[in-house]
Design a protein around this ligand. Structure first.
Ligand code: ADP
Ligand code: AMP
Length: 248
């Protein structure tokens, strides 16, 4: 098992909360009128910011080609979410000049295997931090294609559980054949090294063996929101919308 050292989270604290300037309290409308009032209002304000800024996460899961990316793009258009796809982040890291993990990621993706969790979590964490540093209002994330196995889940629990709130899991439920057909169709133009029959067979196996049990675990906690993803894009999105409108 490949092991990678993660940079420490303690540099600025996740999302740099500890280094927030006091003026960051202003958007929340917490004003101090000076004097003794300031001394008890500032800690209160910091506490409220820490709650407001804690990333709110929806994990998006489903088989390869279930339509996760398609639906996430539509959610982003209509709701205040930022879409982070584990697969996209890994592909970007694979092609980043100077990446020490390029080769490794490439071979895992071709084999339809799950890339070591340290790499994936680090990419997700960095993307979340960068998003929130640019705009503090952007604290809602759709994390697509994660957690895909027990290792992913454990990595999240260890490093992120206290730093982000997982609201629920959005599960795009779709038969294997539909998934395969969609990926083969996508493969005609995607240029992806894994949208071919050989890789797809492995990806479906990985999904059934490793990801389904994770969905089942979340189901037992009442955290899964299932959408029938075998229908048209618009029909699927209609369900997604009513679900998100309900969940807030
Ligand atoms: P995933 O992110 O789950 O791998 P994508 O969103 O990339 O899946 O969708 C896979 C392929 O299927 C894409 O070519 C996409 O255009 C198509 N697709 C997505 N959702 C639907 C749908 N509901 N009906 C038909 N085709 C779809
Ligand atoms: P996707 O773009 O979601 O279809 O993912 C493509 C490939 O990227 C997968 O088959 C894996 O090899 C890799 N990958 C995606 N998400 C993860 C993850 N959460 N953990 C590890 N590897 C992943």
């Amino acid at each position: 098992m490949h092991s990678v050292l993660l940079p420490s989270n303690s540099d600025t604290g996740f999302l740099g909360l500890s280094s927030l300037p006091v003026s960051s309290t202003l958007p929340l409308g917490i004003h101090s009128s000076g004097g003794s009032a300031l001394s008890h209002k500032v800690p209160n304000a910091v506490y409220r910011i820490s709650l407001a800024m804690k990333p709110q996460v929806v994990f998006v899961l489903g088989g390869p080609g279930a339509g996760k990316g398609t639906q996430c793009a539509k959610i982003v258009e209509n709701y205040g979410y930022t879409h982070l796809s584990a697969g996209d982040l890994l592909r970007a890291e694979r092609s980043r000049e100077g990446s020490e993990f390029g080769q490794l990621i490439d071979s895992y993706i071709k084999e339809g295997k799950i890339v070591p969790v340290e790499i994936t979590i680090n990419l997700l964490r960095k993307a979340m931090e960068e998003t929130m540093q640019l705009d503090q209002e952007k604290f809602r994330f759709l994390i697509d294609g994660f957690p895909r196995n027990q290792d992913n889940l454990q990595g999240w629990t260890t490093t992120m559980d206290t730093k982000a709130n997982v609201k629920f899991v959005l599960f795009f439920d779709c038969g294997n054949q539909v998934c395969i057909d969609r990926c083969l169709e996508r493969g005609k133009s995607s240029g992806r090294t894994d949208d071919n029959r050989e890789s797809l067979e492995k990806r479906i196996q990985t999904y059934l063996q490793s990801t389904r049990p994770i969905i089942e675990q979340y189901e037992k906690q009442g955290k899964v929101r299932t959408v029938d993803a075998s229908r048209s894009v618009e029909e699927v999105f209609a369900d997604v919308k009513s679900l998100l409108d309900k969940e807030g």
